[in-house]
Design a protein around this ligand. Sequence first.
Ligand SMILES: [Zn+2]
Length: 385
Amino acid sequence: MNPKFTIIKETEFGRLGEIETAHGTIQTPAFIFCGTKAAVKACSPDILKRTKTQIILSNTYHLLVYPGSEKIDELGGLQKMTAWNGPMMTDSGGYQIFSLGYGSVSQELKGIRNTKKTLVKIKEEGAKFKSYRDGKEIFLSPEGAMQAQINFGADLIFALDECTAFHIPKHETESSMERSQRWGVRCANYFNQNKKEHQGLYGIIQGGVYEDLRTKSIKYTNELDCFGIGVGGSLGKDIKDMKQVLEMIKAGCRKDRPKHLLGIGTIDAILMAIPYGIDTFDCVYPTRLARHGGALVRAHEKARYLNLNNSKFFNDSNPIDKSCACHTCKNFSRSYLHILLKNDEQLALMALTEHNICFMNNFMEEIRLALLEETWQNFLYKWVI
Ligand SMILES: [Zn+2]
């Protein structure tokens, strides 16, 4: 079956929907956990299931570098190979090629120039980059990005785009956006002729913070022959810029397609973006935070997590969160988790990852309930810190 998107309810504070795929149905708004190299770090598929995870995302760039798309196809595709067997998304590889090539946005913000450039050359035909494993040159064209993701077997896949940072001049953002559009059309043509039956393609809106460019890009994705719309590129330097971009997207994007906000997914960013009709989010934040000893909580001294590395938790016999039904909160105290972290036990990372995944899934469920019952303002009040 082809993926299918249905809007269940539209409200001024956001919308409820569902994406049906051959591997299961995703209730939206949904959070998509990152299984970058075909695994969610420190988490088994069983744990993903018992925490009510709906969908995970793998990265084309990393999987192309190793083990390659043919190998994954040979092993039955991502869902079977990983034993997750649920809905999967793969990105196009563009973000990593360009962010690793140019230096990441966070490096850029800190004024650090990337010292290990891996991007070799971008041409109209595609992008050439070096493998970070063995230095081998890999060429990725729009058609190649499609074939790789077709081989991976993901349900929802992304067109190849060129990602630009927010500091670059407008004319460069414009020429990059135009190239992304030409690549997007080539992706859609190739994908629609060669896809597996269950797969759906997302076109990507670029254009940075420039209103006229975003407007052009929105028009292009509205007309592209695809299933969903990804919001990519730079959303600006702060929340104010991001809101302006999302406002344009809300006003201009066709309503019948699911909208995915690429790479953004902190609690506060999600609360901000839901009223603009964003349906899905992906971010490494909850799982990466767990691996650094951070346990998500509703609010804690203006932070949204406890840093269990802190010695004050040595004597804290409470669970991370009394109201959380996850295996970690039911069985382990903050004190034990602190001791595990101090002893460098792998179990600490697994236990915290499980809690953070469960926390995000509960958070998204509360969002859906607030939209369904039209109690968004009350819900938001509970989450403001
Ligand atoms: Zn928990």
